[in-house]
Design a protein around this ligand. Sequence first.
Ligand code: HXC
Length: 258
Amino acid sequence: MGYETLNVDVTNHVAVIKLNRPDALNALNSKLLTELAKAMGQAQGNDKVRCIVLTGSDKAFAAGADIREMSEKNFVDVFMGDLFGPETDAILRVRKPIIAAVAGYALGGGCELAMMCDFIIAADTAKFGQPEINLGVVAGIGGTQRLTRAVGKAKSMDMHLTGRFMDAEEAERSGLVSRVVPAKKLMDEAMSAAAKIAEKSMITATAVKEAVNRSQEVGLSEGLLFEKRMFHALFATEDRAEGMSAFVEKREPQFRDK
Ligand code: HXC
């Protein structure tokens, strides 16, 4: 399916969704977000896809929500229209693992979009920020919540209150990103991580995603109980039997998502 603001390519069980509004540093306008929600839904529904990589250009993952478009709106428009609500809900409904491969600017909604993914691999050129305060608003799709969980209150407050940018090295040190690689190697690194994930049982990968995401929602004892139940439940799968047999028999497992 053709998109105006995205390029989507499925190879070797990995869907690569590339934000593509080069003239506006991939600013998230309603067209792009609608298309992104659709592309994510299609990747979720496509049996060939086992992992998703979301990326932008060398210069920008996304420089935020489209300020020109937002500048035309009033409170009633955004409140009654639930600005960005349905699209972000659609992304969060995706049960397959999503890697954000970030080079250049990931600001405002761009940083929030990266944080909606399951983990972030950053190029050494990446710059993260929540500069919404400069526009008279706060983050709107998770920045105050997800950045705080990722890097702690002090750094999150600093980022949101000053609007400053964080480079890739600081982002890795603070726990916002899982790896930093030279910009030229960004897609190789993301594709190789995605290929590794694609080899696993989809049942187990889905369970991992649910259990880790649960840790962001509930207290420790509830989270531990959720994890234990998930661990026990996986003993019902053929892939669990295969994984353990393969280890004992000193061979590679052949998972069949059963
Ligand atoms: C609309 C944007 C944009 C944005 C960049 N552009 N960011 N258009 N919305 N968020 C456009 C510019 O207007 C310009 O278009 C072109 O992209 C290139 O940008 P420049 O500013 O010329 O590039 P540069 O000097 O390299 O500066 C890069 C930058 C700067 C530091 C990233 O563009 C910038 O500060 N952008 C805004 C970042 C921001 O405030 N993001 C948060 C948005 S609010 P023309 O046509 O002039 O060439 C937000 C709210 C989230 O995200 C809430 C829920 C989603």
